[in-house]
Design a protein around this ligand. Structure first.
Ligand SMILES: Cc1cc2nc3c(=O)[nH]c(=O)nc-3n(C[C@H](O)[C@H](O)[C@H](O)COP(=O)(O)OP(=O)(O)OC[C@H]3O[C@@H](n4cnc5c(N)ncnc54)[C@H](O)[C@@H]3O)c2cc1C
Length: 380
């Protein structure tokens, strides 16, 4: 095993231990109460999961996308909400790491990695989700600052973050070329948190409205030049979609592992004839999870190895939608196999099924991912 592989294996082992010992005992309570788990934040920050992709020079762990996926997968086996905590921290951080000035990186990345600060990614608006190029939140330059006005919705960590990576338009006529990123600090006058969503799944993740009313943001808190926000956002999402795929793989594996254990306790292995239907279902679930895992890590590897001439965005999109569709199918089958017991809170599979539905929707719906794949295939 080379040094890179060794490092990845260390991350996987660490996440496996934290998943089993810290996350698993809390998963059902987090879901039932729909509560944001500060105790888990503390452990994840200490272990370096929340500063994984931040370069060492800013106090981070210099991890790669494959390690990011391994952590998301191991944690999601027990709790998809907790895995999302790791993912959203990276999503909020990446635009700064990819496009921020040295001053911005030194200030914010260092605080995120050394002081355990939380960050969120504010793109979606009431009128624009999939059609992100049409965002209406405006940033108007005035003297040495910008004035931000608009409303963001469905923002993960919106109510608990210290820093908000906000995308706004500095030139509405230019659509994607008019989008610019900013870092806004919690407590900035005019920044407020609106409704907290009461979701069917991923209930332990905090999802809120974020309202910007005449928020004054210094020019030094702009991420990159005016108009480069779209590309920073896309580069970020191309890197995080493999981890969303890994989250879905972990969730599906967690459901399958549970059903297998349930079957072992009831001697299903010996009941070959009467349980033949279920045996076939278990085999299909295992095969589909392996296929999703292969695609997730292929897309991660392409990012890490900066493979030239291949459409990495297509593989990220493929991995995200295939893995989350597999998670939906596997968790639904897990509930079906356990029958009425599967519907009850005595087993985790009904929670896993609700969580899988959410993964098909966020970070770009699975319909939009299919559009990305088809568009890339047809491009000359
Ligand atoms: C739990 C959760 C957490 C989230 N966290 C964040 C976050 O942290 N930051 C953030 O910015 N956003 C976040 N989102 C928002 C998420 O990314 C959007 O919900 C998603 O992109 C879809 O946007 P929408 O809900 O407005 O649906 P719409 O874009 O209105 O789409 C509605 C339906 O139409 C389909 N559709 C739309 N356009 C097309 C098309 N051109 N072709 C085919 N089908 C189409 C969609 O697939 C969908 O089924 C989160 C969402 C959820 C559920």
């Amino acid at each position: 095993m080379d040094e890179i592989e060794q490092k990845r294996e260390e991350w996987r082992k660490k996440a496996q231990e934290v998943g089993k010992n810290v996350v698993a005992p809390r998963a059902s309570e987090i879901d039932a109460k729909g509560e944001f788990s500060w105790d888990i934040v503390e452990v994840f920050a200490k272990e370096g999961f929340l500063s994984l992709l931040i370069p060492k020079e800013y106090g981070g762990r210099d991890g790669d996308i494959t390690s990011f996926c391994l952590i998301a997968e191991e944690i999601a086996k027990y709790c998809a909400s907790s895995a999302l905590l790791v993912i959203v921290q990276a999503v909020g951080t990446m635009p700064i790491a990819l496009g921020g000035t040295e001053e911005l990186k030194k200030n914010y990345l260092t605080k995120i990695s050394r002081e355990g600060k939380l960050v969120c990614f504010c793109l979606t608006e009431p009128e624009t989700g999939s059609d992100a190029a049409s965002i209406r939140t405006k940033a108007v330059r005035k003297d040495g600052h910008y004035l931000l006005n608009g409303t963001k919705v469905f923002i993960t960590n919106g109510g608990v973050a210290d820093f908000y990576t906000v995308f706004a338009t500095t030139n509405p006529g230019k659509k994607m070329e008019g989008i610019t990123g900013f870092v806004v600090e919690k407590g900035a006058p005019g920044l407020s948190v609106g409704k907290t969503e009461n979701k069917m799944g991923i209930r332990g993740s905090n999802t809120t409205e974020v309202i910007l009313n005449e928020v004054e943001v210094p020019v030094s808190q702009r991420v990159g030049d005016e108009g480069v926000g779209w590309w920073l956002m896309m580069r970020t999402l191309n890197r995080s979609r493999p981890a969303i795929a890994a989250q879905a793989v972990g969730l599906a594996q967690g459901a399958l592992d549970y059903v297998i254990q349930y079957g072992r306790e009831r001697d299903w292995a010996k009941k070959r004839d009467e349980m033949c239907g279920i045996h076939f279902q278990l085999a299909d679930m295992a095969v589909e999870i392996e296929a999703a895992r292969a695609l997730a890590y292929k897309s991660a590897r392409m990012m890490d190895e900066k493979v030239k001439g291949t459409p990495v965005q297509m593989f990220s999109a493929m991995a995200k939608y295939f893995a989350s569709d597999v998670a939906m199918k596997v968790t639904t089958n897990a509930v079906q196999i356990l029958q009425w017991e599967g519907l009850t809170k005595s087993h985790p599979v009904e929670r896993m099924m609700r969580d899988a539905k959410v993964i098909q929707i966020f970070e770009g719906t699975n319909q939009i991912q299919r559009k990305v794949v088809a568009h890339t295939l047809l491009k000359e």
